[in-house]
Design a protein. Structure first.
Length: 166
């Protein structure tokens, strides 16, 4: 283990939190840009087998919560490091709800036990922003313009027409 001197708040956050990225070896995780991104920070990359349900479900749940937090961050002026810290703390602290059960939990009828505890509590001021972002997402889904039906074409035959049969 190496120790570094922290020069800013972001450095302190990175030293306290161990960032781990689990993926299923998709093409976006094998790109040069992604490996360059991982090399810039203290992020560990754990590639799981492609059809490993225990890990793949966790990745899907984490990606879902990551996109939700990214949408919430877009509506607020919270710094990116704070949002990621809160996301990791929330993901590690919360037990998945029944609608976000992992495939292994469904298959084996057991709850997954995480081998670590959150190191930081979730900040209270961000919770109303997350609720507001979730309401905005649901509002947009409800009020999305419906697709128009294609114009109705006149049928080739009308009711009562005599049609030649071969």
């Amino acid at each position: 283990m190496t120790f570094q001197t922290a020069t800013s708040k972001d450095d302190v956050l990175c030293l306290v939190i161990k960032l781990v990225n689990k993926c299923d070896n998709g093409p976006e995780y094998r790109s040069d840009a992604f490996t360059e991104f991982l090399s810039k920070g203290p992020i560990q990359h754990h590639a799981t087998p492609v059809y490993h349900p225990q890990s793949k479900g966790k990745v899907e749940v984490f990606n879902h919560s990551l996109t939700f937090h990214a949408q919430a961050m877009a509506t607020s002026n919270t710094p990116f490091a704070a949002v990621i810290t809160e996301l990791l703390a929330r993901f590690r602290a919360e037990h998945p709800s029944p609608e976000t059960l992992l495939p292994a939990e469904i298959m084996f009828n057991q709850h997954a036990h995480l081998p670590f505890e959150p190191r930081q509590s979730i900040s209270e001021p961000a919770i109303p922003q997350l609720k507001k972002a979730r309401q905005n997402v649901h509002f947009e889904e409800k009020h999305r313009p419906k697709q128009q039906k294609p114009p109705h074409r006149n049928p080739l035959f009308n009711i009562g027409d005599k049609v030649p049969v071969r």
